[in-house]
Design a protein around this ligand. Structure first.
Ligand SMILES: Cc1cc2nc3c(=O)[nH]c(=O)nc-3n(C[C@H](O)[C@H](O)[C@H](O)COP(=O)(O)O)c2cc1C
Length: 468
C-alpha cells in the first residue's frame, strides 16, 4: 500500500537526491534502504484504499475477497469449463504490436464518437444485471460516473434499478443505451420500448446470444436469496433442483424463439438505432448488415453462454478476412475479455468503433461511483491531496487505469490520435492460422439429411444417409 505518511524531512532529501545534487543523504547510503511498498496488502473482507488500485485486475482480486459468496459467483462465473472466459483474455496476448517511433506523441487524444455521441474514450459500460448486489447505489452510481468521465452506459434489461431511477442519476443530456432481452410475452417488450424511449435512451442493444443463459456452475452451486428481484424486469431469484443459478432464474423470461424475422417487428416498435449484441462470426455479421441494423457487438457474453465460443478479437479478424464490407455499413463494437488499454487499442486497429467492459465495472462499483470513475480515468483528484508511491510524492494530476493505459499505449505504439489506428500496427501471425478463411467449413462438406425428419415421421425403416 502506498505510504501516505512519509516523513516530510525524508522527502526533501529524496528530491534533491533525485535531482542529482550531492548532499548528506547521498552519503548515508539511502539508496540501499529497502523502498516502502506501493502494493496493497489484502486482508479478507477489507478493501484497500482506492488510490492503491492501479489496474482492472486489482479490482477483481479485491472483489474476490470482499463480495458475498453469491455476488462473486454470479459476477465472475462463466459457462461450464470457463474456457471461453479465459481465451477472451489470453487471445489478446497473442497479438503483438509493430510499434513506430519518433512520431511526436507529446499530446494524445483519446476522444471518439459512438453512434454520433461524443465520448472521452471509445469505451462503454457493457450491460450487466444486478449491479445493486455489490453496492446500494447500483446502476445509478455507474450512470453518474459515466457522465463525470464522458463515456456511455448500456443499461441491462435485468438491472437492479428501474431505468426511470438510473437516468436521473446523471445530469440531463447524458446519453444512455438500453440492452433488450425480448420477453416471451411480447406485449411486455412493446411497453418496455416505449418506456425507455420516454426517458431518453439513445439506442437499443438487442442481445442475441442468450436464447438460454449458459450453464454457469459456480453460480448454480451457491443458493439464492429468493427475496431478490430485478428492479428493471421484475424477474426474481429462485432456487430449484438444478441449483441457484441467478443468471438462469432472472433470465427465465427471455424468448428463445427470437429469430431474424423479428427484427422487422422490433424496427416497427422503435426508431432508435438497433445494435445486435452477441455476434460471434462472419455469417451472422453479414446477415446483420443485410438486415440493416446500425451496429453489432462482437461478444460471447464474457464466456457465460457457449463455452469454447471464439474470443472476440479472433472474431474481429474473421470479419476482416471474410466480410470486410460490414465495417462500411455499421458500427462494430467488441466486449468480452477487455482488461487493458492495449486491448482497447488492438480492437480499434482491427476496425472496432469502441469496446465494452462488463465484470470489471461491477468489481469497481465495490467502491461506489468513485471506484467506477477510478477505473475509467481517475486523476487522484478526490479526497487525496497528495499521493506517495515508493516514498515519492506524485502529482495529483496523475491519471490511472484505463484512460492512462490507453494514452500510454498510443504513445508507445506511435500514434497521437485515434484516427491514426490501422491494422498494420499489429502483428497477428501467431493467431492467423486460427482465423476461418471462408464462412463455411474449409473442407468438411457434409450436410444434414433433408429427409431424416420425414423418415422418422413415417416410421420408415432405417436407410443410410444419402451423400450430397
Ligand atoms: C454479472 C453479469 C451480468 C450480465 N448481464 C447481462 C445482461 O443482463 N444482458 C446482456 O446482454 N449481457 C449481460 N452480461 C454480459 C455483458 O454485457 C458483457 O457481454 C460481458 O460481461 C463482457 O465480458 P467481460 O465481463 O469479460 O468484460 C452480463 C455479464 C455479467 C458478468
Amino acid at each position: 500500500m502506498a505510504q501516505d505518511k512519509t516523513a516530510s524531512a525524508d522527502e526533501s532529501e529524496k528530491c534533491s537526491a533525485l535531482n542529482g545534487q550531492a548532499n548528506d543523504s547521498n552519503n548515508r547510503n539511502q539508496w540501499q534502504r529497502p523502498p516502502p511498498s506501493a502494493t496493497f496488502e489484502l486482508k479478507d473482507g477489507e478493501k484497500p484504499p482506492l488510490h492503491t488500485v492501479i489496474n482492472s485486475y486489482d479490482f477483481e482480486v479485491i472483489a474476490s475477497r470482499t463480495l458475498s459468496k453469491k455476488t462473486w459467483a454470479f459476477y465472475s462465473s462463466a459457462a461450464t469449463d470457463c474456457i471461453t472466459r479465459e481465451a477472451n483474455r489470453t487471445a489478446f496476448d497473442r497479438i503483438w504490436w509493430r510499434p513506430r517511433v519518433l512520431r511526436n506523441v507529446g499530446s494524445v487524444d483519446t476522444r471518439s464518437r459512438i453512434l454520433g455521441h461524443n465520448v472521452s474514450m471509445p469505451l462503454f459500460i457493457a450491460p450487466a444485471g444486478l449491479a445493486g448486489l455489490v453496492h446500494p447505489d447500483g446502476e445509478g452510481a455507474m450512470a453518474a460516473a459515466c457522465a463525470e468521465k464522458g463515456i456511455v452506459q448500456c443499461v441491462s434489461s435485468n438491472a437492479s434499478m428501474d431505468i426511470t431511477e438510473i437516468v436521473p442519476a446523471a445530469p440531463h443530456g447524458q446519453p444512455f443505451f438500453f440492452q433488450l432481452y425480448v420477453n416471451v410475452d411480447r406485449a411486455k417488450t412493446e411497453a418496455l420500448l416505449k418506456k425507455v424511449k420516454s426517458v431518453g435512451v439513445r439506442a437499443i442493444f438487442l442481445t442475441v446470444d442468450t436464447p438460454r443463459p449458459g450453464k454457469r456452475e459456480a453460480d448454480e452451486r451457491v443458493m439464492n436469496d429468493e427475496s431478490l428481484s430485478s428492479g428493471m424486469s421484475g424477474s426474481s431469484a429462485k432456487n430449484d433442483k438444478r441449483g441457484g443459478g441467478l443468471g438462469r432464474s432472472v433470465g427465465s423470461f427471455i424468448d428463445p424463439s427470437l429469430s431474424w424475422d423479428d427484427l422487422k417487428w422490433l424496427r416497427s416498435l422503435t426508431d432508435l438505432p438497433i445494435i445486435l449484441k452477441g455476434i460471434q462470426g462472419a455469417a451472422d455479421a453479414r446477415l446483420a448488415m443485410e438486415y440493416g441494423v446500425q451496429g453489432i457487438v462482437v461478444s460471447n457474453h464474457g464466456g457465460r453462454n457457449l463455452d469454447t465460443a471464439p474470443a472476440p478479437i479472433l472474431v474481429l479478424l474473421e470479419l476482416q478476412r471474410c466480410c470486410p464490407e460490414i465495417f462500411d455499413h455499421m458500427e462494430v463494437y467488441v466486449d468480452s475479455g477487455i482488461r487493458r488499454g492495449t486491448d482497447i487499442l488492438k480492437c480499434l486497429c482491427l476496425g472496432a468503433t469502441a469496446v465494452g467492459m462488463g465484470r470489471h465495472f461491477l468489481y469497481a462499483l465495490n467502491y461506489g461511483q468513485e471506484g467506477v470513475e477510478h477505473l475509467i480515468d481517475s486523476k487522484f483528484s478526490r479526497n487525496i491531496k497528495s499521493v506517495y508511491i515508493c516514498g515519492l510524492k506524485c502529482s495529483t494530476k496523475r491519471r490511472v487505469v484505463l484512460k492512462d493505459e490507453l494514452e500510454t499505449t498510443m504513445r508507445t505504439a506511435g500514434i497521437s490520435d485515434l484516427s491514426q489506428v490501422h491494422p498494420g500496427m499489429l502483428n497477428t501471425l501467431e493467431v492467423d492460422h486460427l482465423i476461418p478463411t471462408t464462412i463455411d467449413h474449409p473442407y468438411a462438406k457434409w450436410r444434414p439429411d433433408p429427409y431424416a425428419k420425414w423418415r422418422m415421421d413415417s416410421n420408415a425403416s432405417w436407410r443410410p444417409k444419402p451423400r450430397i
